[in-house]
Write a new protein. Structure first.
Length: 364
């Protein structure tokens, strides 16, 4: 594998997985049907190929202690903690300027820890191919996944063959454009068309190339990042970090850079992938746990005439159901969520309503 750095994005708290995911226990720290958390799973996957000193975790200052507790073998300096949540463009930019200080020609791969990656070997092979491509040319790479269902909750990539490079490889393509989450009818068309891939949000580039793109498309962010880089390791670093972050726009790397830059390529990944963006998505990961009525049950439950539902509780709290179909029931000691399947993406809106009510904020 190329000498690369890995940047794990571990910010946010996962509103759509409330009430399991909370501000004090964000989704990346949850143990969802596994003995390791999502953060630990990703770290354990990539540490076999990337030395610990080249693995970086970007999150917010409130979660720093919990993150370090889950990854005790990772050096303290490798946790880059943001004072304010400003989306992924700022997070990627911060990691890029800090990494460049140590390794000016570094190639970085950016991953999110709120996703499940199957076939460890396939993920590492895709990372290796992307790193090689990023090292050889001034390109920004995104790893794509062949769709196996008409997903409306994912963004897509439209790809094309336009050079000798892609013609020699069945895995490398030029990205023609990024497509937002489609309606079901379009998603069904994309499933049948080999020109469309899922955008799984794994990016790869030289730090110099992504910083040049940020300078071109997000000049305000670039200017602030330069000041942060100059303050890195000095007594005034934290105050400078806060001052610059307060001025940064809240924008994702997808919107801010990838949808605008012309030099975007994709490497098709040969591994299964699932974004844990909602309870509906999580249900897809737990299909093997279904009972003969199509229910996915974790915890203590007894039911009659209950089908195709996701029910999560603790062993000491009984959930009893009667005459239910297509529901999501998530019980925690402080809050319980009940919603129809297919509407789980709207849980985020529910948490925003709770946040506006002073009496209910404590449940987030």
């Amino acid at each position: 594998m190329e000498k690369i750095h890995a940047v794990i994005l571990a910010g946010g708290w996962g509103r759509r997985l409330w009430p399991k995911s909370r501000k004090s226990l964000p989704k990346q720290l949850l143990y969802l049907n596994n003995k390791h958390s999502l953060l630990q799973n990703l770290f354990n996957t990539i540490k076999s190929q990337i030395p610990r000193e080249r693995i970086w975790v970007v999150s917010n200052q409130e979660q720093g202690k919990a993150l370090r507790g889950q990854l005790p073998s990772l050096g303290r300096k490798n946790f880059l903690l943001e004072p304010l949540a400003k989306n992924t463009a700022a997070a990627v930019g911060l990691a890029s300027v800090i990494i460049k200080r140590q390794d000016p020609q570094a190639v970085t791969v950016v991953l999110s820890c709120d996703q499940l990656y199957g076939q460890k070997k396939g993920l590492l092979q895709a990372m290796k191919a992307a790193a090689k491509l990023a090292a050889e040319r001034e390109a920004l790479i995104v790893i794509g996944i062949r769709p196996h269902r008409p997903a409306v909750e994912y963004g897509y990539l439209k790809i094309t063959r336009s050079s000798k490079l892609e013609a020699r490889s069945s895995k490398i393509f030029k990205v023609e454009k990024f497509i937002e989450k489609p309606a079901l009818a379009k998603a069904k068309k994309y499933l049948k068309d080999e020109r469309y891939l899922w955008n799984n949000g794994i990016f790869c580039w030289r730090v110099t190339n992504i910083l040049e793109a940020i300078k071109k498309y997000l000049p305000g962010l670039h200017s602030g990042l330069q000041k942060i880089e100059q303050a890195w390791g000095r007594p005034g670093y934290q105050s400078r970090l806060l001052k610059e972050y307060a001025q940064f726009a809240d924008i994702s790397i997808d919107y801010g850079i990838m949808e605008k830059a012309p030099n975007i390529y994709t490497v098709v990944g040969d591994f299964s992938w699932q974004d844990l963006g909602s309870w509906d998505n999580l249900s897809q990961c737990l299909l093997s746990n279904r009972d003969n009525q199509g229910n996915i049950i974790q915890g203590l439950h007894k039911g009659i005439d209950t089908a195709n539902s996701l029910i999560l509780s603790e062993d000491k709290h009984l959930i009893a159901t009667l005459g239910l179909r297509d529901l999501i029931i998530i019980h925690t000691p402080k809050a319980t969520l009940i919603c129809k399947k297919g509407q789980a993406l709207e849980v985020k809106q529910l948490t925003q309503i709770l946040e506006k009510d002073k009496r209910l904020r404590k449940y987030l």
